[in-house]
Design a protein around this ligand. Structure first.
Ligand code: NDP
Length: 448
């Protein structure tokens, strides 16, 4: 059997079953194309329909989320949870609150989560959820009422051994607190392991807040070290100014890099003296303000409207940490023309398929999201471990485990790429290494 035709057929079925869901199609296409050499070597995956099954979620829930705003008006949002694959552990993946959320976004994120979670080496399956609720401009009380309503439906579908949500865009410590409070009330049970990203005083893990950004930089450093290089003294551009961006900036600076830019959805800041990460933290984590306000603290920095123009800044290392498809072919070309040597994805699927292809063709070191941003979910799994043993590890202990996990992810992705004749292609390597573990577990469980 011609395996390329086989995966093409599966892709056609996915498109037919999920019409108009372009982000989901994009995520599936990338994985399917990577799997061709694996299927040639392991025809048993074809016989057992592993690929046909892995592209179909085990379960997808969509629900009404009604809540009352501060003016007494009833608002209705739509909630989602996709429980994509539980072959190697309970479904695990964040909740995203953003007006752009729809079935396609949730499915692409849930699908990628299967492979990312597998790569961490920890026992977690793939899931994702969220709502088209926009937390921007909402009062704390409104966010609380929304979260309570959201959890009033979600609680019956999750559990520490079933499905463990966490944060993502628009969901940080405040939202996890409200969600956990409502879950606890409805269940009358202190199941700390049902959510991760919790506050430190009620079952959270040290290092979880920093984990995705720190993990991204540990991955970049490992990738550069392989080529006898390091992030020290490199000029870095980061997009976004949320959880992932902030801690990527902090760790990159700690390792001696100069980070000159970051952004939000309205525009970007360029600070030739290096981004003052404490100010970004204050603006975004405490005051919930726009990145433009950075100029109030650093008069000689520049603010430019238009978030994607951040990629026009000359840099050695580019770290997209905002959202999907933020680097298209033209931005990729600009980065390459400006001499970028490494790109690593803090956000999920921030590079289009064309942009990714261009980076690989031009020998830019490329860390795909599934591998490079897996530090967040890895520490979430360590939070679940600590909840189970009812103990808390120190910051240093968790950070050390995180570092080792990121190094292992690099080694495994790199080895898989080599084994299948695609040396240095970590996109293919991450997809294959993530897939094989899940596929073997699915084979062991039979056709279910
Ligand atoms: P946050 O909500 O903390 O921050 C998101 C940042 O990205 C903000 O600066 C936001 O700007 C910007 N942004 C969001 N949507 C858009 C958009 N459509 N266009 C331009 N900019 C946008 O989210 P996180 O930092 O947690 O998540 C960022 C990315 O990292 C996402 O892709 C997420 O899936 C991924 N990720 C997150 C993990 C985590 O642990 N948090 C783990 C792994 C991946 P603004 O404030 O203007 O909206």
């Amino acid at each position: 059997m011609n395996m390329q035709s086989y995966v093409n057929e599966i892709f056609e079925t996915v498109k037919k079953r999920n019409p108009g869901e372009s982000e989901f199609h994009q995520a599936v296409k990338e994985v399917l194309d990577s799997l061709v050499p694996v299927l040639e070597k392991h025809p048993e995956y074809v016989t057992e329909g592993v690929v046909d099954r892995i592209v179909e979620p085990e379960r997808m829930i969509m629900f009404r989320v009604p809540w009352v705003d501060d003016n007494g008006k009833v608002q209705v949002n739509r909630g989602f949870r996709v429980q994509f694959n539980s072959a190697i552990g309970p479904y695990k993946g964040g909740l995203r609150l953003h007006p752009s959320v729809n079935g396609s976004i949730i499915k692409f994120l849930g699908f990628e989560q299967i492979f990312k979670n597998s790569l961490t080496g920890l026992p977690i399956g793939g899931g994702k959820g969220g709502s088209d609720f926009d937390p921007k401009g909402k009062s704390d009380r409104e966010v609380m009422r929304f979260c309570q309503s959201f959890m009033s439906e979600l609680y019956r579908h999750i559990g520490q051994f079933t499905d463990v949500p966490a944060g993502d865009i628009g969901v940080g410590g405040r939202e996890i607190g409200y969600l956990f409070g409502q879950y606890k009330k409805l269940k009358n049970s202190y199941d700390a392991g049902v959510l991760t990203g919790k506050g430190l005083n009620y079952g959270g893990s040290l290092t979880r807040t920093e984990a995705t950004g720190y993990g991204l930089i540990y991955f970049v450093e490992r990738m550069l070290n392989e080529k006898g290089n390091s992030i020290k003294d490199k000029t870095v551009v980061v997009s976004g100014s949320g959880n992932v961006a902030i801690y990527a900036i902090q760790k990159a600076q700690e390792l001696g890099a100069k980070v000159v830019a970051c952004s939000d959805s309205a525009g970007y800041i360029y600070d030739k003296n290096g981004i003052d990460v404490e100010i970004v933290k204050r603006l975004k984590e405490v005051e919930r303000k726009r990145i433009k306000e950075y100029l109030n603290y650093h008069k000689d920095a520049e603010y430019h409207e238009g978030s994607t123009d951040v990629w026009t800044i000359k840099c050695d290392v580019a770290l997209p940490c905002a959202t999907q498809n933020e680097i298209d072919e033209s931005s990729a070309k600009t980065l390459i023309d400006n001499g970028v040597i490494a790109v690593a994805e803090g956000a999920n699927m921030p590079s289009t398929l064309e942009a990714t292809e261009l980076f690989l063709e031009n020998n830019v070191l490329f860390g795909p999201a599934k591998a490079a941003n897996a530090g967040g979910v890895a520490v979430s799994a360590l939070e679940m471990s600590q909840n189970s043993i009812r103990l808390s590890w120190t910051f240093e202990e968790v950070d050390e485990k995180l570092k080792q996990i990121m190094i292992n992810i690099y080694e495994n992705a790199s080895a898989a790429a080599k084994e299948y004749g695609k040396e240095d292609n970590l996109v293919v390597g991450a997809n294959i290494a993530g897939f094989k573990k899940v596929a073997d577990a699915m084979m062991a469980h039979g056709v279910i």
